[in-house]
Design a protein around this ligand. Sequence first.
Ligand code: S3P
Length: 166
Amino acid sequence: MNNVYLIGFMGSGKSAVCSRLHELTGMEIVEMDAILADNEKMTINDIFANKGEAYFRDKETELLTQLSFENRKAVSCGGGAILRPENVSLMKDSGKIILLSAAPETIYERLKDSDDRPLLHGNMNVPFISEMIEKRRPRYEAAADCTVTVDGKTVDEICKEILALL
Ligand code: S3P
């Protein structure tokens, strides 16, 4: 099996699903944000604040380039990794892309008490999240080989659907 790339908005459950996919299939987990933070020795918030979003996006592309040479990785992508067409090409050429789709209310409930998403600072509310999802929707949908709706489902149910699609 090639890599599996989980894409979707912040809080759509990519990390939890990745971790369960690892338990179920033995595929190695790759947490893009964790690797980027580790490489930079900074939190994601600090990378955005000190080096800027464009720098972070460059690092995402570099990491996806490395991952495109690998196999059998379950990759939890940052929510904005699909914003660059070259990133989507790298993913498409090296695996399957699964979109986890969640309602803005679900995202809000999951993220409302967290502070580690710089793009939501000062904007942690359903209308903002909804608008951002709608802006990105065409990119998510164009990138995805398959989509799994996650609202109201357990991680196991989501993984079962993903495994049936692979
Ligand atoms: C981002 C999503 C975040 C992280 C960064 C930017 C985005 O990852 O990469 O804060 O642009 O949607 P998660 O989707 O894992 O929260």
